[in-house]
Design a protein around this ligand. Sequence first.
Ligand SMILES: NC(=O)c1ccc[n+]([C@@H]2O[C@H](COP(=O)([O-])OP(=O)(O)OC[C@H]3O[C@@H](n4cnc5c(N)ncnc54)[C@H](OP(=O)(O)O)[C@@H]3O)[C@@H](O)[C@H]2O)c1
Length: 309
Amino acid sequence: MALLLKVDIDRGDAWQKALRACLPDMTIHEWPYDGDPAEIEFALVWAPPRGALRRYPNLRAIFSIGAGIDHLASDPELPEGVPVVRMVEPGLTAGMIEYVLLAVLTHHRFMLDYAAQQRARIWREISQIAASQRRVGIMGLGVLGSAAADTLIRLDFDVAGWSRSPKERTGITCFHGRDGLFPFLARTDILVCLLPLTPETDGILDARAFSALPSGAALISIGRGGHVVEEDLLAALESGQIGSATLDVFRQEPLPEDSPFWTHPRVILTPHVASMTIPDSAAAAVAANIRRLRAGQPLENAVDLQRGY
Ligand SMILES: NC(=O)c1ccc[n+]([C@@H]2O[C@H](COP(=O)([O-])OP(=O)(O)OC[C@H]3O[C@@H](n4cnc5c(N)ncnc54)[C@H](OP(=O)(O)O)[C@@H]3O)[C@@H](O)[C@H]2O)c1
């Protein structure tokens, strides 16, 4: 039996090496695979073409290379009854903590303003407030959002979180559900979006959401591009309602050359790299789950496709 691997071409070797170390008895075939489809027992994939996984009659689990599974859930021809597992691994979580910290501190410490001042040779202090007075709001208190929140709390930020179901977390002011969204936004100076993309969260960051934030709030968009209504964000940046933004994900990726975000003076932009799955630690997580399945135990981090995450 074998595992089918579909990753970026330049990461194939690192994945092969990591998987072989954790699963020495498993045959690994890289995409595209033209051999016997009956051989494939597991798929470890990013964005397979629509319907492509139906080819494998003995598929027992589909592992997403990334934390988000929207690239699989959006396939109406995904094989029925095969569990889908999202990526939860320490390397991905550590990378996301770093990015959130970097972005929150960038806005908290006015680094966009200082960079503009540097270009204009202006020596001017901007009055700073303490972290304890800076209200950070994290949309999505899952694996990544919770880890980021815990780190920000340690730096004394005033942290709130918004999730689908009610939560109680030490040090985090928790809001949930549609009723909790606007009170959550109203107390948020720096908004971090770490939601999954689902029919419920598509377009959630629109003009209404932006106007519910305090004037001049910062946005850190690192969940999925589909969360943001981009024209509403541009209008909010123009009016100053959103004072600055860090954008890692976009509705269309790669971001088109003519996108106004490329040159917007109040935007820092990265090409969907907030965090990456690290093959060594991720292969260990996948292997542990395969062993669990073989031992007749339930898979960890299997998603609910109906719910979308
Ligand atoms: N830019 C990047 O490089 C990058 C890298 C990795 C991940 N991501 C993105 O980050 C997302 C989150 O990853 P994760 O591992 O933290 O996911 P997760 O553990 O599944 O957590 C998702 C969180 O979102 C909340 N949520 C889902 N739907 C909601 C809704 N309709 N209203 C309110 N809250 C809702 C969930 O609420 P409950 O707790 O109540 O279920 C949960 O707290 C991924 O789906 C992916 O899109 C981006």
